[in-house]
Design a protein around this ligand. Structure first.
Ligand code: ATR
Length: 282
């Protein structure tokens, strides 16, 4: 049988852990597949998707900055991906390319399984209003959270995200908080779950999130950043007695769900977690 041809498109793409994860899962299931990382320049996205069709590539992951733009180049979009407004997984189904979003499911699974918290009925504070925030907010609303408060450096984007969340999440109370307010810690303090969806904390940027004086015991603090594994936010959470949850779990579960869509097979979650942890904590 022809090996399954898979890959990831993004720009830049150098740091991606996805090829390693999927090749490990292939080996675990004894499946013959290839998984390549393609750095696609912004002017070439449409031609890259034409190439996927011409070469009969079976599936792709899509990462920053193409999760929104790629939607206009596909034949079908799943209901979840449409609600979020972003696609991170493409599956070739016959002659058609269908877009899915597995980030949302990956996030909720990490909160339930590794954060040991059921989001239903909880109050959540979210940093950020970009593409990742959209997936997180949509996932939380479908998981039945009682209240979501969004803050973002650029306020207009938090307003935009809150408005679209209100339209899709009829039972969740959605609010915004001012990023530079000296009362931000009060909103942080009153939440059960705090989530960082911004790139603050990634690498050695030196920027820090406002309002962290509000962290305390009993809260779950999730960072979707996974490099470094233990971000400054998660260190602050630990110091305050809150439960920290790193972004590697979400990355692994979104990959597991994409792998299931492409192959129908299970993903060796713990094996992949151990290998990726070793890579991120040399
Ligand atoms: P993604 O798809 O990964 O969410 P994005 O749409 O570019 O990427 O969003 C990045 C998020 O990180 C935004 O919320 C951004 O805030 P702005 O909307 O103000 O740009 C946030 N972000 C990035 N760098 C930041 C920094 N130094 N301080 C605060 N927020 C930052």
């Amino acid at each position: 049988m022809k090996p399954l041809a898979l890959g990831i498109i993004g720009h830049p793409i150098g740091h991606t852990l996805s090829p390693r994860m999927h090749l490990m899962a292939a080996k675990y299931n004894d499946i013959n597949l290839s998984y390549s990382a393609y750095d696609v320049s912004p002017k070439s996205l449409a031609r890259a998707i034409d190439g996927v069709r011409a070469l009969s590539i079976d599936g792709l992951n899509v990462t920053v900055p193409y999760k929104v733009e790629v939607m206009g180049l596909l034949d079908e979009i799943s209901a979840t991906a449409r609600a979020i407004g972003a696609v991170n997984t493409i599956v070739r189904e016959g002659e058609l390319l269908k877009g899915y979003n597995t980030d949302a499911a990956g996030f909720i699974k990490s909160v339930r399984k590794n954060g040991l918290t059921d989001p239903n009925g909880k109050s959540v504070f979210v940093y950020g209003a970009g593409g990742a925030a959209r997936a997180v907010v949509t996932a939380l609303a479908s998981a039945g959270v009682r209240k979501i408060t969004v803050t973002n450096r650029t306020e207009a984007r938090s307003v935009e995200l809150a408005v679209s969340a209100v339209q899709t999440a009829s039972t969740t109370d959605v609010d915004i908080a001012l990023y530079d307010s000296n009362k931000l810690f009060e909103s942080v303090s009153s939440a059960d779950i705090i989530v960082n969806t911004t790139s603050v904390g990634m690498g050695a940027s030196g920027a820090s999130l406002p309002g962290l004086e509000g962290l305390h015991a009993g809260q779950l603090v999730v960072d979707i950043v996974y490099a470094p594994l233990k971000t400054d936010l998660l260190k602050r959470a630990e110091e305050a007695g809150a439960r920290p949850l790193d972004g590697l779990w979400m990355l692994i579960y979104q990959g597991a769900e994409a792998f299931r869509l492409w192959t129908g097979k299970p993903f060796p979650v713990d094996k992949v977690r151990n290998a990726m942890t070793a890579e991120l904590e040399p």
